[in-house]
Design a protein around this ligand. Structure first.
Ligand code: FMN
Length: 177
């Protein structure tokens, strides 16, 4: 069973991360949820802590125990960093090496495989900036669960929906196998 860091960002699909955390925990994995500030607008740390049976991380500077920064320890101990859902903003941060919150700092510090499931408005997804960021991340070995097509929360039809939770969980299982 694996140590999985589940990064959750400020997408309307963030509530689905609760189901992902629950399914991976029930499968026997140790799941540590790491939320961006924006993610907390969409899903509560309490929900994620309860479903993952572990404290969640959202503040890079909330260091309470030990001498080693918590985010570095999480990065070192991880067998997988899964970011689901991933915003356009976090894809840009990762592709440019920013580390201004716990999630992006962990992403930069870990040497575990990274799996990303983006979710956003179709025009944001298709924008050359986002597509270039995805290509950059892929060129570094980052894996993607591509967004699905359908009715988006913003009211448009198109590509940008978070891939089905089952598909994301299956991708995790495949990567860890
Ligand atoms: C109601 C609402 C829904 C949003 N949904 C998304 C989304 O699905 N994908 C996305 O990339 N940004 C979305 N955003 C914008 C992000 O929340 C915003 O870019 C934020 O800065 C992302 O921060 P983070 O990447 O640190 O989580 C949404 C914003 C609002 C107000």
């Amino acid at each position: 069973m694996a140590n999985i860091v589940l990064g959750i960002t400020g997408s309307i699909a963030a509530y689905k991360a609760a189901d992902i955390a629950s399914q991976l925990t029930k499968a026997g994995h140790t799941v540590t949820c790491v939320l961006t500030k924006a993610a907390e607008e969409f899903v509560t740390p309490l929900t994620l802590a309860t479903l993952s049976r572990r404290p969640v991380v959202s503040d890079l500077f909330a260091e309470k125990e030990g001498w080693q920064p918590g985010h570095i320890q999480l990065a070192d101990d991880a067998n997988l960093l899964l970011i689901a859902p991933a915003t356009a903003n976090v894809l840009a941060s990762l592709a440019h090496g920013f580390a201004n919150d716990a999630l992006t700092a962990i992403a930069l510090a870990t040497r575990a495989p990274i799996l990303i499931a983006p979710a956003m408005n179709g025009k944001m997804w298709q924008h050359p900036a986002t597509q270039r960021n995805v290509e950059t991340l892929k060129s570094w070995g980052v894996r993607f669960v591509e967004p699905a097509e359908g009715l988006l929360a913003c009211g448009y039809e198109g590509v940008g929906r978070l891939a089905p939770v089952e598909e994301i969980v299956a991708a995790v299982t495949g990567l860890l196998a």
